[in-house]
Design a protein around this ligand. Structure first.
Ligand SMILES: O=C(O)CCC(=O)C(=O)O
Length: 297
């Protein structure tokens, strides 16, 4: 893993892990088709989009191993670092934010053409700006849950709601190792209260109507090969169960919003990031533009 001091200084690919392409070439090579876009619109998610090849998976796995060392808990470049967010040693959930500043691979993944092109299209062909990254890793046998939630319930400090999440597995994701589950169509629900992310699966149930509870009977398990990504809407309800298998379930998440998103609070938006006054546009060092419409006109 590269030992740069703070990779947020660089708003472009640094390594040769991903190909350098202009916006048009990237769209021609990796653009989503009409059917995929219509599926996202109807269901609130789009899964099975290839994001990484085998070499890129191996590279990111090596970086991940170093990022998960306990010494990293002293690294102030992370926005958050939890060796076990659940606080129960029998159900471990490693969770971090801000590792794009620390690791070359997790920095460059933000500019991966396969990712940025899909994000641009799913945001309704609007320029894509980085919000933050996340790692969610569950060790074999005792990996913890991620409670049912809507992402935007944690993000109301940024407006308007024009956000998008991409989850990518670094292991094959299956029901037995705690893959993501979605409630299709829940992106059309109103914003619900936020719950504790780790610990218990069902905190959200207290806030749901009977019809909404019934929708959980149609939950979909997102089983995907490693290196594939699933995109979801900021209101889509999702969560994941324990890892009961002998395999780890390692994943990273990229959270973006359309350009022209603003701070809705005077509180710091992310730990260690200078405060952005309420009403000011999110841009600059910590919120780089990843794919711009102007470059493909
Ligand atoms: O990795 C998981 O199990 C949960 C991920 C998640 O909540 C998200 O992608 O928003």
């Amino acid at each position: 893993m590269a030992q740069f001091k703070d990779l947020s200084d660089f708003h472009h690919l640094i390594s040769d892990l991903f190909p350098t392409m202009d916006a048009r070439e990237a769209m021609e090579a990796y653009g989503l088709n009409e059917e995929q876009l219509a599926f996202y619109e109807a269901h609130g998610y789009l899964s099975h989009v290839q994001i990484l090849d085998d070499h890129q998976i191996e590279y990111l796995r090596k970086d991940l191993t170093e990022l998960m060392q306990s010494e990293q808990s002293n690294n102030e470049l992370f926005y958050e670092f939890h060796l076990n967010e659940s606080e129960d040693e029998n159900s471990v959930l490693f969770h971090s934010l801000g590792h794009w500043r620390v690791s070359l691979g997790f920095h460059d993944i933000l500019w991966n053409p396969r990712f940025v092109v899909a994000a641009y299209q799913l945001l309704g062909e609007r320029s894509v700006r980085f919000w933050h990254d996340q790692l969610f890793c569950k060790p074999a046998y005792h990996g913890g849950v991620v409670a049912w939630h809507q992402d935007y319930s944690y993000w109301t400090r940024t407006i308007p709601m024009q956000h998008l999440t991409c989850w990518v597995g670094l292991d094959d994701a299956r029901v037995d190792n705690g893959c993501l589950h979605y409630i299709p169509g829940s992106h059309k629900w109103d914003l619900l209260d936020r719950t504790n992310l780790a610990g218990s699966m069902d905190g959200l149930m207290d806030f749901l109507s009977e019809d909404q509870k019934a929708a959980f009977e149609s939950a979909v398990a997102i089983e995907m090969p490693k290196g594939y990504g699933t995109f979801h809407h900021p209101l889509l309800v999702h969560g994941s169960y324990e890892n009961r298998s002998h395999r780890p379930r390692r994943a990273f998440v990229l959270n973006v919003f359309a350009d022209n998103t603003y701070a809705a609070s005077d509180e710091p938006l992310l730990n260690g990031v200078p405060q952005v006054p309420r009403g000011q546009k999110l841009e600059g060092r910590f919120f780089p533009l990843l794919y711009s419409t102007t470059t493909i006109d």
